[in-house]
Design a binder for this molecule. Sequence first.
Ligand SMILES: Cc1cc2nc3c(=O)[nH]c(=O)nc-3n(C[C@H](O)[C@H](O)[C@H](O)COP(=O)(O)O)c2cc1C
Ligand code: SF4
Ligand code: FES
Length: 681
Amino acid sequence: MALVRGILAPRQVVSTPNRVAAGIRPRSGSAVHSTPMDLHVIGPLASPAERAAVDEVLGAPDSGWRGGGRNPMTEGHVARGGHDARSRRDLLLPALHALQDRVGTITQPGLNYVCRRLSVPPAEAYGVATFYALFATRPRPPAVAHVCDDIACRLAGAEQTCTDLERTLGPAGESARDGRVGWLRSPCLGLCEQAPAAMFTIAGEHASRATAAPIDAAGVVARLEGSAGSAAAAAIPQLPPTNGSGADGGSMPSVRGYARASVPQMGEPQLQLLRRVGMVDPTSIDDYLAHRGYLALHQALAMGPEAVIQEVTDSRLLGRGGAAFPTGRKWAAVAGQPVQPHFVVCNADESEPGTFKDRVLMELDAFAVVESMTIEGFATGASKGYLYIRGEYPLAESRIRGAVEAARAAGYLGPSVAGSDFAFDIEVRRGAGAYICGEETALFESIEGKRGEPRNKPPFPVEVGLFGKPTAVNNVETLVNVLAILDDGPGGGARFAAVGTEGSTGPKLFCLSGNVGRPGLYEVPFGTTLGQLLELGGGVPEGRSIRAILLGGAAGVFVGPEVLETPLTFEGTRAIGATLGSGVVMVFDETADMVGTLRRIAAFFRDESCGQCVPCRVGTVRQEELLARLADRVEVRSRGDELELLAEIGQAMRDASICGLGQTASSAIESALRQPELVAL
Ligand SMILES: Cc1cc2nc3c(=O)[nH]c(=O)nc-3n(C[C@H](O)[C@H](O)[C@H](O)COP(=O)(O)O)c2cc1C
Ligand code: SF4
Ligand code: FES
């Protein structure tokens, strides 16, 4: 395996065995040492900039043992405060983010300083730093473009963008323009409705991140050059989040323009979950209040926690994060736990390729997410909530942080929520580029400052969750549904359950992308058929025909045009052997490169497997190799035997993987290969 020199190299010794095994490039931003890293807290000292960045997160060091000045009179030979330092282990990721943002790289001295401050063994901290794709542990240019080459962006020409960038800037992972800029390939950035997309990370004193879509190679280069030229130009929100609108800052015309690009139904009267999108200034709590904001919280406080849980139970709301678990049952289980404290966690990691619904809600109705988390805390007896948001959502993160601050200032968070005796607050944590951290227990590990490796279940999070305490974890869309249930007071659960079907109640968001006339986020009642949704989205353009539709994302299933009558419900999709997953509906017309799509999906799972358990770690690599052999016509056994082997690999992953990633890693690929009319391999 050749070792590529430059800002990236295709070997990730500590964290990603699959990338090593496969001899393929790491996730975007994964960084590797071509020389071994010293794992002791010795060696060069962190630079003043690095120390300042870390101190901003952790506070100034208070002893020589923790990286500050040593007072021989009081500190002698005995280190005190180690327990305190270790109890702050959950600040490891924020501290690593601070280093990454400030200098563009997590250097050995910088990492050592963090280790000293938090009393974390350096080898362990290194293991964490190398787990996450957005952290780099070897030198990297300050301005980096993360160019999405995932399935929706491929349909919109991302491969051409990458080819053009190779020509102008050199290979992905190399530094260019005197080391000032670089570019990397990235998995889905959650902007599929505006594909192709890119994210820019600019390190420095005024570090920033921003996304742009649609964008081509010339656009990427122009933005990189602009960012690298001036630190001030790089600060958020100088790079507009999408073409033609700089939505941050809350000017309503720009918010509306931005919203319309993502939500074609914007402003329609029947909308429940998207009713405020494009209508409300997402940066203003006053405007939120003027748009029925905080009605649901007032109703909840008046009803009491048991009645809130009863309404949610009556609504028969099922979780929208993919597992479809009854929300009322989850909340009741947490509320009933004698162990204290309880936590609530909002899962805003949204990394399933093709999914962007949570991003739109957070960017354009941020207070709704904050309000619904507060209600969840009230119902489950928690006084602290964490919102874990993927690192690729800079605008959503800044909107949510702004909303949390404004809610706190207005008394909707804090020791006395809305004047009641209920105390609740929210902390926002940023992910660092790892799909697996959307799995709820991997997410807990990540908040706790560890590698995002899923835990064995049971025990389930409702009993042993974040920091080992009872935890209610819910998806963003699930939570926003709770407002629709409670807004109009008692009886809301039954009213909600009257919408949709017996097994799938309420409204549902669908992320429509790919070869459709009007890609975007659509809200329809459960039971709307696949064909009706495609019609809403303008059908396939230019009279072309549908070859395949991916339901549920990379972890979902490909179906053909013959199932357009299928109602989009949990039970309806189950009946045709498919899944709703996180609400992805991606359309591939007759011209789509299906073989390339399948190979990209296989690469995604190989890349994102945490590597903790063998069936998934090895199976995802074998699956990708097998697809490559079929696509490249490399014959080591007959095609029939290859397909049999693929099915065996899939079965082993389903049967023996710890978590849903391994259990679903083969489903889309197998489903496509079962239908020769969808893909000829
Ligand atoms: C590999 C993997 C990735 C996941 N990613 C997400 C995610 O990004 N967002 C999410 O809400 N749930 C995700 N989930 C599901 C969560 O584990 C969990 O079921 C969900 O957050 C619970 O919330 P809900 O009941 O509101 O759906 C993922 C699960 C797996 C196995
Ligand atoms: S199934 Fe895959 S992602 Fe899940 S724990 Fe095992 S190795 Fe990690
Ligand atoms: S943003 Fe590129 S595939 Fe989703």
